[in-house]
Design a binder for this molecule. Structure first.
Ligand code: HEM
Length: 264
């Protein structure tokens, strides 16, 4: 939000729209006035959220064209390719992707980190004693939780892959969550294990559209843990975790924990 130059008072509104777009079927996130049993629910929910986001960012765009500032919104608003200003639709794509991509993805992974610390015996003590293990903890939480469950790709040329035939124009669901639990790559894939040799997970996707914010996301979680772990004495589950209901971006919605802090 800060990079885009969004004022802090609008952060809750942006978070709400992000959760709506990532998990429209969750009762706590769904847009108001829609019925989950309506066969057109998904299309209506996406349209309602996109409209709200586009309405917000149209104003941001107009403002940054009139008064450019040192923020990413000004870059998007005034971006040109070959001397031509990018279309409003392209600009909206950039605003909406950047605005939504970094919220629940990062907090879902942080929830998975906390789950690992609360449930894997000795893990908290081990990482506290050696903070250089933090990156391994973050990478395993990314693999284990895979917050962005899937993205779609279009096949560009007819091809065969592992005995299956694809035609140009076919849609393929790239299921990061499934790839990250491939037992031929990740033995005992459901266990939370920070000692996996070299993770090479797919939580940030792959190829040209691989997550633009992966370094920022990793850095946020590393810094959080560098501050939290020295102060955290113990943590355990204190109830049944509950997941956000979505087939797109999900993670723990509620993760009840009981914790103790180190004496100051
Ligand atoms: C743990 C945190 C995060 C996870 C798991 C995650 C995951 C993903 C995934 C799976 C994709 C799609 C990749 C593909 O299509 O191959 C993506 C794209 C993207 N992410 Fe993230 N993301 C995270 C954090 C962030 C943050 C903090 C930002 C910062 C704004 C961000 C910005 C983006 C953008 C702009 C794209 C679109 C890139 C493109 O289409 O070229 N992400 N992310």
């Amino acid at each position: 939000m800060e990079i885009l130059g969004i004022p802090a008072e609008d952060y809750p509104f942006m978070l709400r729209l992000t959760q709506q777009i990532f998990a429209p079927a969750d009762p706590d996130a769904m847009p108001e006035g829609l019925d989950l049993n309506d066969p057109a629910f998904q299309a209506k929910a996406t349209a309602a959220t996109t409209e709200a986001l586009s309405g917000y960012f149209s104003k941001v765009s107009a403002d940054r064209r009139a008064n450019p500032r040192d923020d990413l919104s000004s870059v998007i608003a005034n971006a040109e390719i070959d001397g031509q200003r990018i279309s409003d639709m392209d600009a909206m794509g950039y605003y909406i992707t950047v605005a939504t991509a970094g919220h629940d993805t990062t907090s879902n992974t942080t929830g998975a980190i906390m789950y690992g610390l609360a449930t894997v015996p000795g893990l908290l003590e081990r990482v506290k004693a050696d903070l250089s293990l933090i990156p391994a903890l973050v990478e395993e939480a990314l693999r284990w939780s895979s917050p962005a469950k899937h993205f779609m790709r279009s096949v560009t040329t007819d091809m065969e892959f592992q005995g299956r035939h694809f035609k140009a124009g076919d849609w393929v669901m790239i299921c990061h969550a499934s790839g990250n639990q491939d037992e031929s790559r990740f033995p005992d894939p459901l266990s939370f294990n920070i000692d996996r040799p070299k993770s090479e997970h797919l939580a940030f996707g792959y190829g040209a559209h691989m997550c633009l914010g992966q370094h920022l996301g990793r850095q946020e979680m590393r810094i959080l843990l560098e501050h939290l772990l020295p102060a955290l004495k113990s943590v355990e589950l204190a109830g049944q975790p509950e997941m956000m209901q979505s087939r797109f971006v999900t993670g723990f919605k509620h993760l009840p924990i009981r914790f103790e802090m180190e004496a100051a």
